[in-house]
Design a protein around this ligand. Structure first.
Ligand SMILES: *[C@@H]1O[C@H](CO)[C@@H](O)[C@H](O)[C@H]1NC(C)=O
Length: 412
């Protein structure tokens, strides 16, 4: 019997404290307790303004952190303060000064706008060290209600210009339960979406924030909806250092081959294959950081072009080596001292008599083997191709760069 009496006594005390107020309780609290007494205040009832029509709730967002913009999940995380203001005529003229409270009981006793975030994937209140909530009741019945939340919003990204892209992400706030007949959401008149001053995003820069409305029309009714639009521009720095610069250097290194001798098969093949493999591994390094979208990204075009440049350098060597090979074979079969005088002599006599040299056979004169003209021409051609490539490859790469950066930075 005794414990039950004790429980009853405790319950009574807590009720009397929450409703009537105890000794030493501020008059403001006592008044609010009196006004919010469930007997005369029904928190299910929307505050009806004096003018009639829907209750107006102004919304303000303060963004404390903004990050984890994930192209794979197509979302981003935000830590935000949601500030809602409205006028509660039922509390008008009761207080002498504003009353701040984060007491869960008091917050629960009030009517609050039923807002939600249509494009949120996940979200939670912040509870450390106390629930991060504040209600401020002004003497004229105006109420400020602040909540701090961590949210994850979906953001559909178009990655066709990745990593030279800019993205548009939204935060939408809408009324869940009350149609526009009862509840109207509007943006706060002064700077409704504020960002923390020292906010730094690892890869993006917030270009602009735009406030908009987004009417939600369902067959069950029209709902008030607000939208904050964030224009994000990706900082190029990371990708410049991590992908553009290394691959450009690899392409440049592949040109070293043009300065090596035509006969240097081992160095030139090693150089060509190594640069080709490096550029391939470089391009696959980013594949797990971005989703497997079905369209071509700007980075794909860059990587494919770099691979093509390196591949062409390897092909150039194959051609040059093929053309230069005849000369090498001949050099082995001719007595070394006799080559050059004889060669010039034969060259002169042949071109003077006969213009159409087929070069199919080995011509001999005075016991020495002479070099057929076409083979020599091919050997010279091989050298010439190498010399031309020294200029042509860099020029084409420069032209490609010009077009690429102009297209993605200016035109898109
Ligand atoms: C929603 O609003 C549109 C006009 O904006 C109106 O035509 C329509 O009837 C409304 N729907 C409801 C269910 O009230």
């Amino acid at each position: 019997m005794a414990p039950r009496v004790l429980i009853l006594a405790v319950t009574l005390t807590s009720v009397s404290r929450s409703v009537g107020g105890g000794v030493g309780v501020s008059p403001e609290l006592r008044k609010v307790d009196h006004l919010l007494n469930p007997a005369r205040y029904d928190r299910r009832q929307t505050p009806v303004p004096h003018t009639g029509g829907p209750s107006r709730v102004t919304i303000e967002l303060y963004i404390r952190s903004f990050g984890s913009i994930s192209p794979i999940q197509m979302d981003y995380s935000v830590d935000l303060y949601l500030r809602q203001r409205w006028v509660e005529p039922r509390l008008e003229g009761s207080l002498q000064q504003p009353l701040d409270s984060n007491d869960p009981t008091l917050v629960r006793m009030l009517w609050k706008p039923e807002v939600y975030f249509p494009n949120s994937k996940d979200g939670d209140f912040q509870y450390v060290t106390v629930p991060n909530v504040l209600v401020r009741i002004h003497p004229d019945g105006a109420i400020l209600y602040i909540l701090r939340m961590k949210m994850k919003f979906s953001c559909m990204m178009d990655l066709s210009t990745f990593p030279l892209d800019h993205q548009t992400c939204f935060i939408q706030i809408a009324s869940f339960a009350k149609t526009t007949r009862e509840l109207e959401l509007v943006w706060y008149e002064h700077d409704p979406v504020k960002m923390y001053r020292g906010l730094q995003l690892p890869q993006f820069q917030v270009k602009s924030i735009r406030m908009d409305t987004c009417a939600l029309s369902f067959h069950i009714g029209n709902y008030s909806c607000l939208e904050a639009v964030f224009e994000l521009q990706r900082n190029l720095g990371y990708h410049l250092v991590q992908s553009y610069l290394p691959t450009s250097l690899i392409v440049v290194v592949s040109w070293v081959s043009f300065w090596l001798d035509v006969d240097a098969i081992a160095p030139r093949v090693t150089l060509g294959v190594t640069t080709l493999l490096t550029v391939c591994s470089e391009s696959s390094a980013f594949r797990d950081k971005i989703p497997a979208v079905s369209y071509v990204k700007a980075l794909d075009i860059w990587m494919a072009s770099c691979t093509a440049f390196v591949f062409l350098a390897l092909l150039e060597f194959t051609l040059v080596n093929y053309l230069g090979r005849h000369r090498r074979r001949l050099l082995c079969s001719i007595p070394s001292q006799a080559i050059y005088p004889h060669y010039t002599l034969r060259l002169k006599s042949r071109t003077s008599h006969d213009e159409s040299v087929d070069g199919a056979g080995v011509v001999s004169g005075g016991g020495l083997i002479c070099t057929p003209l076409t083979w020599l021409q091919q050997a010279n051609l091989a050298k010439k191709i190498d010399q031309t490539s020294r200029a042509v490859f860099p020029l084409f790469f420069l032209a490609f760069n010009l077009i690429y950066w102009l297209y993605y930075q200016v035109l898109v």
